[in-house]
Ligand binder design. Structure first.
Ligand SMILES: [Zn+2]
Length: 439
């Protein structure tokens, strides 16, 4: 089978035909070149309005990069014509394999975008011998298409999350859909002010906002205010992940203070390098960490007592009845307030203040997936921090939508083309097989 035959089956170009295929050596590397030419007697179509018109002239030969074969770069070679369009004037012709001034074919852009979900953008560029910029453009194209083709019906549960984009408290607000059937990133906004979240509700529109049944968030005041104002009809839930983040911050503070105090008093530095021992959930500890933790817990330290308070609090989430959970919460808060450990007392006071919202957790528990918030938050951090090599807000936004947005892919992405191709073949086989037809 020839390369041309494969291309003709998988990647037909309406109005154009494939010509010769050559293996070319350039600067010590091999690549494939595929000629393309317009079908005879076929007028070029205007890139502006897609209407056919008489040819005006022909531009210089250009290369369009296609999906690599056997690790060889593949280029389509084509000299674009210009059209004398009655509506738009002299315009370059439309070509089915690439959009605008792109050097990448649309199929290759979808291919790179799909890999960019699994690898960092730098890694994709390295593996496929292309540039970071090409990968970025491909992802941006996929995200643009996916956002334009989103189905936004049936959103009943949302989660509001924020994280510091960089050190120095530059925040972003993320809003997720948390329905059991569909969990994805819906919206991103800069900062974490009331105005940010108001922007989300403006985007969502009054009709979809009215359909919300659950809103999940942190205890961050501006969020609470906006949710009460805009979605007061929905059940507002404080989720587990954000509460435990507050508790971990308190433990970390206690530990740091106490470690410094121990050092100042010239006592044994039992708290050095114990940060993760105390912050990790006990079931997440490694085999080496377990004995170190039990050793640490034998000391009567404030950090240890805070840790035990947190572990005790985990029990709160296991209740099914809001009433019993409420009783547990009251007991826990009393105990924490008596502990004489200030950061833990602050947490207890905060939990008391938000008691009704906290107990809503048990009213919504089965209807939405609050556990997804933690997963999303982690993924968002990894996406922005690992070597994606970007700095601007816009690039971060694209990366987050790409990894968390559960966006659809266009019909001409290679994976879908291939799947469709197999399906068509199956259908022809079934239709031409008389036994199958009879059965
Ligand atoms: Zn036109």
């Amino acid at each position: 089978m020839q390369v041309k035959t494969i291309l003709n089956r998988l990647q037909k170009q309406p109005g154009f035909v494939y010509g010769a295929v050559r293996l070319v050596e350039e600067a010590g590397r091999l690549h494939l070149e595929v000629d393309l030419r317009p079908r005879a007697n076929r007028q070029p179509r205007c890139a502006g309005c897609q209407r056919p018109g008489p040819g005006y002239d022909t531009l210089a030969l250009r290369r369009f990069e296609f999906v690599p074969l056997w690790g060889l770069a593949v280029f389509f070679l084509y000299a674009r014509r210009r059209v004398q369009c009655r509506r738009c004037g002299v315009r370059v012709e439309a070509i089915p394999w690439a959009a605008g001034k792109h050097q990448l074919t649309t199929t290759y852009a979808w291919f790179l975008a799909a890999w960019a979900k699994r690898l960092s953008w730098t890694a994709v560029a390295e593996v496929f011998h292309t540039t970071w910029d090409h990968v970025f453009r491909s992802v941006a194209m996929a995200v643009r298409w996916g956002l334009a083709h989103r189905n936004l019906t049936g959103i009943t549960a949302i989660g509001i999350d924020e994280f510091a984009r960089r050190r120095g408290h530059r925040y972003v607000t993320l809003v997720y859909q948390l329905d059991l059937c569909c969990r994805r990133l819906l919206w991103i906004g800069p900062d974490r002010k009331a105005g940010t979240l108001l922007g989300f509700f403006r985007w969502l529109g009054p009709r979809r906002t009215a359909a919300l049944r659950f809103v999940c968030s942190d205890m961050w005041k501006p969020y609470l205010r906006v949710v009460a104002k805009k979605a007061g009809h929905a059940l507002h839930v404080l989720d587990r992940f954000h509460i435990m983040v507050h508790m971990n911050k308190a433990i970390d503070k206690v530990r740091a203070q106490e470690a410094r105090a121990l050092q100042a008093q010239g006592r044994a530095p039992v708290l050095t390098r114990t940060r993760w021992l105390l912050l990790k959930r006990p079931d997440h500890l490694t085999d080496a960490e377990c004995p170190r933790l039990s050793d640490l817990l034998s000391y009567n330290l404030r950090a240890v007592r805070s840790y035990l308070l947190r572990e005790q609090f985990q029990f709160f989430w296991t209740y099914t009845s809001a009433t019993w959970a409420g009783k547990f919460l009251d007991r826990w808060c009393t105990q924490a307030l008596r502990s004489r450990i200030d950061p833990m007392r602050q947490v207890a006071r905060m939990l008391r203040r938000h008691r009704p919202l906290l107990l809503n957790y048990f009213r919504a528990k089965r209807a939405l997936s609050t556990a997804a918030v933690e997963g999303f938050n982690n993924k968002a951090r990894v996406t922005t921090r690992t070597a994606y090599g970007f700095r601007t807000y816009r690039v971060m936004e694209i990366a987050l939508y790409h990894t968390l947005g559960a966006l659809a892919r266009a019909e001409n992405s290679p994976q879908i083309l291939l799947r469709r191709h197999i399906k068509v073949d199956d259908i022809t086989r079934i239709c031409t097989d008389p036994c199958k037809k009879a059965g």
